[in-house]
Design a protein around this ligand. Structure first.
Ligand code: PLP
Length: 430
């Protein structure tokens, strides 16, 4: 099928996520037909650096032979079997590998699901049930951080930041208390009835790539320990090397009671998610059926073998290609390259954590004046960047640059140069 046929069919049959369809159908769609390493190719043969790792999922590049082979092998052997009542070797090995990434006595159990929102909701439900099972049903409050993002399903969205997108659904959200700082958290009344605190460790993603002050995570862990509150960490974005360590929580030597993983778990190839927890939590759920301690939750595709095989291959690549060992110099190079942007017009703050960067565009950075939201400067700039071979998406007026971990220094340089050119030629116009 040629471009115009596909474009017409897309416009006729599809409804894209987070997309104003009226605007979408008025434009030519970008039809991606292949991917190799850190690049994606469109139907016309144009290549783009995957500047946001395909919405923060890709780790080792597209079509990594190791992952492709693992998927093909697994699909030929066993495509799917229900995890309700049976098990299979690939998920067993994957769970073992995941737990071996953590020190003994911290996280020791894996509950699979298939996206980040679900991984967080599993942690929420386990937290609530845990307190009921250990005789503390009064612990039922959840605390999250202002502008947080934990997913789009109703439960996960209840935890997230309150904005114009989510406000519309507020009637069906459950009530969550939000704090904006450690100080607000420490002053929260009746901590003895808080069940759990959830946050994105080290850096908030959807909030605009906003790093927390150093030491924040340790302080929150301390607060949780003092008040016997469970700590839920959402590493859906930060997991699997993004911040320079395998998991962001390791950067402050903190281990949570629940850890949610998704996006990068399969290396970016297939949807799979996991909620990790400790033996203390797991054991509270043990009992006879009649004691009604069972965790009644699951999805049809829980621990899908093909997705689990991709995840296992991704973890093997981390070892075989010394992915973590190569990160410090890449991250340093990334910081250095980002400096090229600092002196350009209309660039506000540049925020970075590992291979994650948020570049904020501003009408007048010195005067602290943002662009009028209606101008949609971030969206226009990202659209313009395509013609220089860079594909990414903004968060309002913050340009996200999140190269796949496999990106070479040359490729990072290519992405930054494309962004510099875009800023120089397009940051005034709209
Ligand atoms: C993307 C994301 C989620 C949601 O994951 P989905 O797989 O899109 O449901 C949750 N938390 C964080 C921090 C994320 O970045």
């Amino acid at each position: 099928m040629n471009f115009s046929t596909l474009a017409a069919l897309d416009h006729q049959y599809l409804w894209h996520p987070f997309t104003q369809q009226q605007e979408w159908v008025a434009q030519e769609p970008l039809i991606i037909v292949s991917g190799k390493g850190a690049f994606l190719r469109d139907i016309h043969g144009n290549d783009y650096f995957d500047g946001n790792s395909s919405i923060w999922t890709n780790i080792h590049g597209h079509a990594h032979p190791r992952i492709v082979e693992a998927i093909a092998d697994q699909a030929a052997r066993l495509d799917h079997t229900s995890f309700l009542g049976t098990t299979h070797p690939t998920a067993i090995l994957l769970a073992k590998k995941l737990i071996e990434l953590f020190p003994a006595g911290t996280l020791s159990r894996v509950f699979f699901s298939d996206n980040g929102s679900s991984a967080n909701e599993v942690a929420l439900k386990m937290t609530l049930q845990y307190w009921q099972l250990v005789g503390h049903p009064e612990r039922s409050r959840f605390v999250s951080f202002t502008n947080a993002y934990h997913g789009d399903t109703v439960g996960a969205a209840s935890l997230g930041g309150r904005n114009t997108f989510s406000q519309r659904f507020s009637q069906i959200h459950f009530s969550v208390e939000q704090v904006s700082s450690l100080r607000m958290l420490e002053e929260i009344p009746h901590p003895q009835t808080i069940a759990g605190i959830i946050l994105e460790p080290l850096i908030q993603g959807v909030a605009g790539m906003r790093p927390w002050p150093p030491g924040m995570l340790q302080a929150i862990r301390k607060f949780c320990d003092e008040h016997d509150i469970l700590l839920l960490l959402d590493e859906v974005m930060t997991g699997f090397g993004r911040t320079g360590r395998m998991f962001a929580c390791e950067q402050e030597g903190v281990f949570p009671d629940f850890l949610a993983l998704a996006k990068g778990l399969s290396g970016g190839a297939l949807p799979i998610a996991a909620t990790l927890t400790s033996e203390k939590i797991y054991e509270a759920f043990l009992g006879t059926i009649r004691e009604e301690k069972t965790f009644y939750y699951g999805h049809s595709y829980t621990a899908n073998p093909i997705a689990a095989a991709a995840a296992l291959a991704s973890l093997a690549i981390f070892e075989e290609e010394s992915v973590l060992e190569k990160l410090p110099s890449k991250i340093q190079f990334f910081s250095h390259s980002l400096k090229k942007l600092a002196s350009l017009p209309h660039i506000g703050s540049i925020r970075q954590c590992g291979l994650i960067a948020g570049i904020e565009l501003m009408e007048d950075p010195l005067g602290g004046i943002a662009y009028p939201p209606a101008r949609r400067q971030g969206a226009h700039l990202c659209h313009a960047a395509r013609q220089y071979g860079l594909l990414t998406r903004p968060i309002l007026d913050t340009i996200v640059l999140m190269p796949p971990l496999c990106s070479t220094e040359e490729e990072i340089d290519y992405a930054l140069n494309a962004l510099v050119t875009t800023v120089l030629t397009h940051n005034q116009r709209y």
